[in-house]
Design a protein around this ligand. Structure first.
Ligand code: ADP
Ligand code: MG
Length: 260
């Protein structure tokens, strides 16, 4: 079954087209990675899917349309933007509790079940010792884990992540990606994430969509998308794709000053 169906979606900012006729299908329970150069339109596509920018075309998440069915979308879909806002003075616990907002009744008071879900989410992300810390004081990796704990507390069917591991060191990046994989596998959620690290994308995503200048250039399993000829056209001709212990590794070779 299709969890996210994007059909002929175009977005323009002040008359300039940044996405043109983009179509993608994300199958339920799979992890789709959006890859492509800076400025390709990855964040814009994610914003269209979560109903944060206007678009032409059609987007469905399950049977809800963005942005018409706001309530259904809020219950079903969790989104972590590229630059999340962490309110100064808010505890990690209260930040994760924000994930329960779409589930709360008209009086907006959380019940014991909401509190239990928050504790469970904090424990899953290894944040129990941070509950009373100011969320704005966390390190990069802890911040990403707090965002994921808030996502878990929301109990979504679909998770949309924009560069969830940007600016993390290689070990912290790997840890966060493993946590996302665990959420995908154990809870059966569908994940759509923009991810600029092609080697990490190859290892963690079931499928990739490569976007360049607002167009889909390639989509499918990582082995089909991450080829030297495709990446050479989109990024630079010095890209090499090698295999290490069964995984694809993407590197760009330095040629200048390197006699061949
Ligand atoms: P990516 O996430 O792939 O790096 P973005 O979707 O952020 O790319 O941006 C795609 C293009 O749209 C870029 O040229 C960017 O400058 C432009 N853009 C993004 N947001 C806005 C905006 N609010 N107003 C005008 N242009 C924008
Ligand atoms: Mg972006």
């Amino acid at each position: 079954m299709t969890a996210i169906a994007v059909e002929s979606v175009s977005v323009s900012y002040n008359g300039t087209n940044v996405l043109t006729d983009v179509s993608i299908d994300v199958a339920e329970g799979t992890w789709m990675g959006l890859v492509g150069p800076n400025g390709a339109g990855k964040s814009t596509l994610l914003k269209a899917i979560v109903g944060a920018v206007d678009y032409d075309g059609s987007i469905r998440v399950g049977d809800a349309n963005a942005p018409d069915d706001r309530k259904a979308m809020a219950l079903r879909l969790a989104y972590v933007p590229q630059r999340p806002v962490f309110p100064v003075g808010m505890s990690v616990f209260d930040f994760v509790l924000l994930g329960r907002t779409p589930h709360l009744g008209p009086l907006a008071a959380e019940g014991s079940q909401d509190i239990a879900i928050v504790w469970d989410s904090l424990a899953t992300l290894g944040l129990t010792e941070f509950v009373n810390r100011d969320v704005a004081s966390l390190s990069g990796g802890e911040t990403q884990r707090a965002s994921l704990a808030r996502v878990l507390a929301q109990e979504p069917r679909v998770v949309v992540l924009d560069e969830a591991t940007a600016s993390l060191d290689v070990a912290a990046q790997h840890e966060v990606l493993e946590l996302i994989a665990r959420i995908q596998e154990e809870r059966g959620v569908t994940v759509l994430s923009a991810i600029h690290d092609l080697t990490a994308a190859a290892q963690f995503c079931d499928e990739l969509t490569l976007i360049d200048e607002g167009d889909v250039v390639a989509t499918g399993v990582p082995e089909g998308v991450l080829t030297e000829s495709t990446l050479g056209d989109v990024f630079e001709p010095t890209i090499r794709v090698i295999e290490v212990e069964g995984s694809l590794v993407v590197v760009s070779l330095r040629t200048e000053g390197n006699p061949q």
